[in-house]
Design a protein around this ligand. Structure first.
Ligand code: ADP
Length: 162
């Protein structure tokens, strides 16, 4: 059984993340979306909120499990019998940071492989920070995130519903 883990801060999940999830489940038997509780970024949404949003938007996708973690990624993976890390690659600017992470994880746990999936071109400019910036200025993010995320962004940033 090939279990892959897609880790990230997902603050919040975007259509770019979802695209990676939908493509990854065609390759693996199970995909665990792993929400980092303690990220070195300060997050808008709590770990519980980030996890709940991912659960909601992936509820109809078979083979996807959503869990949060606060220890080392490789320890989380060992506990879950997973040995593949999925990361998304948008532009060459992602490469340096992503390859450093992959090499460090390889050093810590040689049996774990990192696999990069290149983003679908229409999401190559998309990240959670830009979504928060646009939503915070009352801009429309409906093409960028699932509806429930858009709603929560509005509540959180503008204190209003759609
Ligand atoms: P992290 O803080 O771990 O970078 P993110 O939530 O920002 O967490 O990203 C998680 C993963 O999803 C990373 O591998 C990132 O490159 C990837 N990713 C983020 N946005 C996109 C996108 N638009 N298309 C494809 N992959 C993406």
């Amino acid at each position: 059984m090939k279990i892959a883990v897609y880790p990230g801060s997902f603050d919040p999940i975007t259509n770019g993340h979802l695209n990676i999830i939908e493509r990854a489940i065609n390759i693996f038997d199970e995909l665990i979306v792993a929400v980092a509780i303690d990220t070195n970024k300060s997050t808008l949404f709590s770990a519980q909120e980030r996890t709940d949003m991912i659960k909601e938007v992936t509820k109809n996708i078979e083979k996807v499990r959503v869990q949060s973690f606060s220890d080392l990624l490789i320890d989380f993976m060992k506990r879950n019998n997973a040995n593949i890390i999925i990361r998304g690659m948008r532009a060459i600017s992602d490469f340096e940071h992503e390859s450093q992470l992959a090499l460090m994880n390889k050093k810590l746990a040689p049996e774990i492989e990192t696999i990069f999936m290149v983003t679908c071109s229409k999401y190559s400019y998309l990240n959670s920070s830009i979504v928060k910036e646009i939503a915070g200025l009352d801009g429309c993010v409906s093409q960028l995130v699932p509806e429930i995320v858009e709603e929560n962004l509005r509540k959180k940033l503008l204190n209003k519903s759609i």
